[in-house]
Design a protein around this ligand. Structure first.
Ligand SMILES: Cc1cc2nc3c(=O)[nH]c(=O)nc-3n(C[C@H](O)[C@H](O)[C@H](O)COP(=O)(O)OP(=O)(O)OC[C@H]3O[C@@H](n4cnc5c(N)ncnc54)[C@H](O)[C@@H]3O)c2cc1C
Length: 447
């Protein structure tokens, strides 16, 4: 190999024969098996700058690892330089300005634990181990979406290392065009080393809504939940989870569960008018609704998505939950032997009130994000075929054929559809800040 690098005052350069190489190239989805050319385990901004310069001088593309949770494994790529930020995880809180400053290797639970000491929270995702960086750069849909929007809507500034190795401070006044772009299309323009994130009064206790229904009532449950969503207050957010997997991940009788969070004042009227309707969509088979801590709420999904899962997944935005779509989803789920889970993540409130021109996350009028995960058990090819066929069948039912780019499989056309009217603007910025496609080449904003 023989190339020397002058990084590593603090970080490490990890090549294929280093004892940490195979550990470091692993991501959450164990189906992903990519071999980066070199991994730079960075500890500070100087390390990141040196690693970018190294990649550029030696003709490598770059991927960045925040938490490694992108379901399609976008943080690791064959023959590219992997810039690993997992050891950059400092967090500080300014209680007065209500801003958290977090380094780009932090996980959601790390931010939640520190911010909750002050009774505050940043709107993050719904699993506790996700990287904050990927969330904040590509959206970030969590239980606080109705009240405070996406994670990316709560970014107020970043430190960004650009393709020419410069460190920029980016906010609404400094490099405003980049500030717009990194909130939604963030992984295309450089490496964010530090985020400034808005904090909101949250918890310490919230109401965790957790109710299961008989699968035979599923049509009624979905239709009633859809009507509820149309008038739901900002304080509540919920997901419907339909699965044919039991606890041991074997195909079994399909089940439906609603998990949501209410973060507002509780009183008799709220219980009757806002909470009770979600518990009576049909006759519940189980009701674990309870007051719990915000920290525990954030971990509620963890056991369903344990690390080491091997999945093929898709996501699509919907603007309507039509009967045709419901019938098609249920029919496919019932007839497949592949262990699969459908998540219907309802969208309302603040997340949809932000103008589509304010940030580069411009899907602001969808009603649901539909995510389907299929577990790759013993038949990887069948799983792949099934998920691809689901994608093809679902595309015509989706909202303008758009996907959540922070999630799983997407084709070029869907990427273009998803950026819609801002695609041209992103291409202009890409040409200005990363003309050689150093970052995220698979997005193909430019050739
Ligand atoms: C089990 C599971 C649960 C999930 N739950 C949610 C959820 O509740 N809500 C939600 O919105 N999403 C959810 N996601 C999707 C997840 O939020 C995104 O995939 C997100 O990108 C993960 O962030 P990460 O830092 O772990 O990403 P990584 O996989 O590390 O990176 C993702 C992409 O961002 C780029 N990137 C990472 N860090 C930086 C950086 N500092 N600067 C520039 N580019 C960078 C990478 O190159 C890559 O292209 C979930 C995913 C999984 C697997």
């Amino acid at each position: 190999m023989g190339h020397e690098v002058e990084i590593n005052k603090l970080g490490q350069k990890i090549e294929w024969n280093h004892p940490l190489y195979h550990f470091k190239r692993k991501v959450w989805n164990s189906h992903i098996d990519q071999y980066p050319a070199i991994i730079f385990d960075c500890k500070c901004e100087e390390d990141v700058i040196a690693a970018v310069q190294y990649a550029k001088q030696n003709g490598y593309h770059i991927t960045v690892r925040g938490g490694g949770f992108h379901p399609a494994g976008k943080s690791v790529k064959n023959d590219a330089v992997l810039i690993d930020l997992t050891n950059m995880n400092q967090i500080s809180i300014d209680e007065v300005s209500k801003i958290a400053v977090v380094e780009a290797g932090v996980k959601t639970y790390e931010v939640d634990e520190v911010t909750q000491e002050y009774g505050l929270a940043v709107p993050l995702g719904m699993v506790s181990n996700i990287g904050v960086a990927g969330l904040a750069l590509g959206g970030g849909i969590g239980y606080l979406r109705g009240k405070h929007g996406l994670t990316s809507d709560n970014v107020v500034g970043v430190h960004l290392v650009t393709a020419d190795g410069k460190l920029l401070y980016v906010n609404q006044f400094e490099h405003p065009e980049l500030f717009w772009a990194i909130r939604g299309a963030g992984s295309n323009f450089g490496i964010v080393t530090k985020f400034e994130l808005k904090l909101h009064q949250t918890g310490p206790n919230v109401l965790a809504v957790d109710v299961s229904y008989d699968y035979n009532d599923i049509r009624q449950v979905l239709n009633k939940a859809d009507n509820y969503r149309k008038q739901a207050p900002d304080d509540i957010a919920f997901n419907l989870i339909i699965t044919n997997m039991n606890q041991e991940q074997k195909v079994s009788q399909p089940a439906v569960r609603l998990i949501g969070m209410y973060d507002g004042q509780l009183n008799l009227q709220v219980e009757k008018e806002i909470i009770q309707p979600l518990l009576e969509l049909a006759t519940p088979t189980k009701d674990d609704t309870e007051i719990t801590t915000y920290l525990d709420m954030q971990k509620k999904f963890d056991s369903l998505v344990r690390e080491g899962f091997a999945i093929e997944g898709i996501s699509l935005f919907l603007n309507q939950l039509t009967q045709d779509l419901i019938e098609m989803l249920l029919e496919e789920l019932e007839k497949t032997m592949i262990p699969a889970t459908i998540h219907l993540i309802e969208l309302h409130g603040k997340i949809n009130r932000i103008s589509k021109f304010d940030t580069a996350f411009n899907i602001r009028d969808a009603s649901y994000l539909l995510v389907i995960d299929a577990e790759i058990a013993s038949h990887p090819e069948e799983t792949k075929e099934w998920i691809h066929s689901m994608y093809e069948k679902l595309l015509p039912h989706s909202y303008n054929q758009t996907s959540y780019l922070n999630s799983s499989l997407v084709c070029e056309e869907v990427i273009r559809n998803t950026y819609q009217c801002i695609h041209k603007q992103l291409v202009v910025l890409k040409k200005e800040y990363d003309p050689d496609n150093l970052f995220c080449p698979e997005h193909k904003l430019i050739d």
